[in-house]
Design a protein around this ligand. Sequence first.
Ligand code: PMT
Length: 399
Amino acid sequence: MTTVIKNKHIVLGVCGGIAAYKSVELLRLLKKQGANVRVIMTENAGAFVGPLTFEALSGEPVCSSLFEQSFDASIRHIDWAEASDAVIIAPATANIVGKLANGIADDALSTFMLAVTCPVGICPSMNTHMYENRAVKRNLETLRNDGYFVIEPDAGELACGTTGPGRLPEPEDIVDRLLKMLTIKDMRDKKVLVTAGPTWEAIDPVRFIANPSSGKMGYALARAAEYRGGDVTLISGPANIPDPLNVNVVRIKTAQEMAQAVFEHMEDCHIIIKAAAVSDYRPKEKEKHKIKKDNDEMIIDLIKNQDILKELGKRKKDQILVGFAAETRDLEINAGKKLKEKNLDIIAGNLVGDSSSGFGTDTNKVTLFFKDGKKESIPEMEKNEVAHLLLDRILERVG
Ligand code: PMT
């Protein structure tokens, strides 16, 4: 998502750990998202990655000493603290965690941190035994209580040879958590159910009926709701997208499996959004073995799948129900019909088959149709921006 990072002033703090090499990639990703990034390094970080690398990638001078002064002779670490919208320390060693928990300021980074007033993300990264050390745990707890956003390390084999928690998460995941940190939590008390992706209806063991849905729209919705503090379940058809962090992901293949998973999870959800492209029909019989190409023609009998959304419309209690309509023509007529027939609160109509909206694209162009007859045409934008806009409209209706 570009919305909360673009044009923001972010300070990346880098400490002396083997994972410091990953902060180079983190810096690159932040710059790619349009952030202005400045780097403050500890002296030990310089043993792992040179300041020149960070300088070249950020286009800004790197601060590594408390006694450096910027051009106008103002104090750089104080200037930067006042100008920053967010700070991320990655990797954060046990040393900086201990200093921050105890208000110690004895180098550029720790001194800068005492002057910071914006949101701060801390990515602890160290040997597993160090991470599990009681003092480190206590210090991390102090940081959480002080309002720092602690991003849990990954578990796995570490550079030191031990296996367990302590590994710096991948830069993409750190950016994702940074986005969460900076997003307003207006869905904190909301349980959200999202469906995404296609369904696969088997013809024989090697063939199936499907559609080009990539899952991008539904995953963007699940991610956006999670960033906003929602408790999110994502029911996904086959999609080549990693599980969004902190989301309960249920992977299914067929429309029948999707129906079962949706009905299992729908009960206590406040908001249900069906972005999945569910096959309307499935083969009546699934052949046990691969069908041979002996005939010039072949007829496959299909039967109708249950309309999951329509059934949800019947069962709906005090819930907001949102559908998507994928159309190739007459968007308003067709989407309006589905809105009524399925008892929805909102339907997002999108024309599919376009190079910038619908299936597989990173952008979408939707028109929202509301139960009260109102309509809102949204210009082409990134799917994650469409997701946030749709959530805004949903929240206006939840009250
Ligand atoms: O996944 P992407 O590549 O990002 O593409 C996004 C998208 C184009 C798939 C998405 O934006 C979209 O339009 N999703 C709905 C696709 C669809 O199935 O539309 P429909 O008009 O056929 O169905 C209307 C609604 O009924 C949908 O919410 C659908 O989930 C639901 N439905 C349909 C059939 C069925 N048997 N059960 C259902 O619940």
